[in-house]
Design a protein around this ligand. Structure first.
Ligand SMILES: Cc1cc2nc3c(=O)[nH]c(=O)nc-3n(C[C@H](O)[C@H](O)[C@H](O)COP(=O)(O)OP(=O)(O)OC[C@H]3O[C@@H](n4cnc5c(N)ncnc54)[C@H](O)[C@@H]3O)c2cc1C
Length: 495
């Protein structure tokens, strides 16, 4: 089959775009470096995942000092969504406009919330999102309700919800892509950082890719790593791949890069040639810059006299501090349940003996604070000596510290007096975004609002890299909505 569209990567951006293009009859070929994850006992074994690192990728990058970085960045069909927490939140309407934060003012998007709203609805249908718009002071307008009611709170979370409400906090349902009955039928565990091998989690493979592959004009080539893009004039003329030790070059009228925020930027930089000495699509010198990943802190709130009997925990959020709370009313961020931390998980993450970790995990509640990381041109992905270098400079940390303080106070008032917290390490760029940002000015951005590269006429970028800001919500639903919007554009442009 000679494809009309080549998509590099089968994660949130790539698979969703394939689902959007499938009904148009375009011949779509998806190139994915990883394989499908088979079911295995380890898939639901917390000791295998968190203590033995069974699924830990063997990829090695470098940090800014040149030290090796072992990122939790997964290479498989479905990409990072296979392991994700399936929180599928819309950006808030205010996130699309310039917002003054303690750490600086965000640039605003070249499109508004209202432009993306219909695509958020389509994405929520495709990813079978369970949610409820009630009681969230920041919830933007929805033109259609969530397709399914929210995942139910467990009794201990109902009690926590009531304890937060008694403090005047507004607690709302976390929108989730999980069929909870199907998930628990396989094993009684949480789902964040556990791979889904049964289709119970709404990930890129089980939803968008499955939908795309129902169409005979879409195919998937696994174990196929793209090593370089070749440009001639304003077009990508070749896509060089490695497959089972052999090298070849593929081509198509339209090429879409969906390798994830870090690897999409790295691939453009690695494809430098005499005509493009700073990498492809990089006349603006913005490729790789503005790397963002959220400021994230996980909290274990402990009370030796209380038990946590939950299995999954991850059903509620608080957005009272999303748009305000700073000394001059600046935004602080989102609070959401982390997902059940059990003894083996805490033992693996904190290096504690299992007996102690199990005691703490079963007498605590597990929650997370998430604040916006602002775009900074010096926070960047680079390509040096054939390796990815990630120089991530965190921003807006004062707002995050304030949010963590607020959360600790709320947990103490809720009856969980001892709070142990830890920031997510730089080796886990799980919410990576921003390295090929979208904009109208070709001198200051990499792609146009329809996701076409400013410098190349047949290259689109469709993944987390195009997000101009990180907001303080999980990125996947926005990546999916942008992919569906780009799909409409590509279908019209290539008609
Ligand atoms: C543990 C964890 C929990 C998370 N929880 C949430 C959550 O609850 N909610 C949320 O919204 N987000 C969550 N995320 C983030 C979410 O998974 C990402 O934002 C999303 O997957 C990014 O989509 P993407 O298309 O940019 O990249 P990905 O989904 O990662 O897809 C990139 C794909 O490209 C492939 N690829 C890369 N390089 C090449 C190459 N050279 N050749 C061929 N293929 C290549 C990769 O193998 C991968 O399949 C979580 C992430 C992790 C790791």
């Amino acid at each position: 089959m000679s494809p009309d569209v080549l998509i590099i990567g089968s994660g949130m951006g790539g698979a969703t775009l394939a689902a959007a293009l499938a009904p148009t009859g375009r011949r779509v070929l998806i190139l994915e470096r990883g394989e499908r994850l088979p079911d295995s006992p380890e898939a639901r074994d917390p000791a295998a995942i968190f203590q033995r690192g069974h699924f830990k990728p063997d990829e090695v990058w470098r940090d800014s000092s040149g030290a090796p970085l072992h990122p939790g960045n997964y290479a498989c069909v479905g990409g990072n969504t296979k392991f994700y927490g399936a929180v599928l939140l819309r950006y808030r309407a205010e996130d699309f406009r310039p917002l003054r934060h303690i750490g600086g003012t965000t640039p605003g998007w070249p499109i508004g919330y209202e432009d993306l709203e219909p695509y958020y609805c389509r994405a929520e249908t495709l990813y079978r999102v369970r949610g409820d718009v009630a009681n969230d002071p920041t919830e933007p307008p929805h033109s259609a309700p969530y397709p399914f009611p929210p995942v139910p709170d467990e009794p201990d979370i109902q009690r926590l919800r009531a304890a937060f409400a008694a403090q005047g906090l507004r607690v709302s349902a976390l929108p989730l892509g999980v069929d909870i009955a199907a998930w628990l039928a396989r094993a009684k565990t949480g789902w964040d950082a556990f791979p889904c091998t049964t289709g119970a989690k709404s990930d890129a493979e089980s939803c968008a890719l499955a939908e795309a592959l129902r169409h005979p004009n879409v195919s998937l080539m696994t174990g196929t790593k793209v090593t370089r893009l070749v440009a001639e004039g304003r077009r990508i003329s070749g896509v060089e791949v490695e497959r089972a030790g052999a090298r070849s070059t593929l081509s198509a009228p339209v090429v879409v890069l969906s390798a994830g925020a870090i690897l999409s930027a790295a691939l453009l930089l690695a494809s430098a040639d005499a005509d493009h000495p700073h990498g492809l699509a990089n006349r603006s010198d913005q490729v790789g810059r503005n790397f963002m990943n959220h400021n994230l802190t996980g909290m274990v709130a402990y009370n030796p006299f209380r038990r946590n009997r939950t299995i999954y925990e991850k059903t509620i959020q608080i957005n009272d501090f999303y748009l305000t709370g700073g000394p001059a009313g600046e935004p602080l961020g989102n609070i959401q349940m982390l997902g059940r931390v059990t003894g083996p998980i805490l033992a693996g993450e904190a290096g504690l003996p299992l007996w102690l970790a199990s005691h703490i995990a079963d007498h605590s509640i597990h929650i997370m604070a998430m604040s916006e990381d602002l775009p900074d041109p010096d926070s960047r992905v680079m390509w040096r000596n054939g390796e990815v270098v990630l120089d991530w400079r965190k921003t807006n940390t004062q707002a995050h510290d304030l949010l963590v303080r607020r959360l600790k106070q709320a947990m103490r008032r809720a009856g969980w007096p001892i709070t142990l917290s830890r920031g997510f390490p730089k080796s886990k760029p799980s919410h990576q975004c921003g390295t090929n940002r979208m904009g109208t000015d070709p001198a200051a951005s990499v792609v146009a609002p329809n996701l076409k590269a400013h410098d190349l006429d047949n290259l689109y970028i469709c993944d987390a890299s195009v997000l101009p800001t990180s907001a303080a919500v999980n990125p996947s639903l926005t990546i999916a909505a942008l992919a569906l919007r780009a799909g409409d554009h590509i279908a019209r442009a290539q008609a």
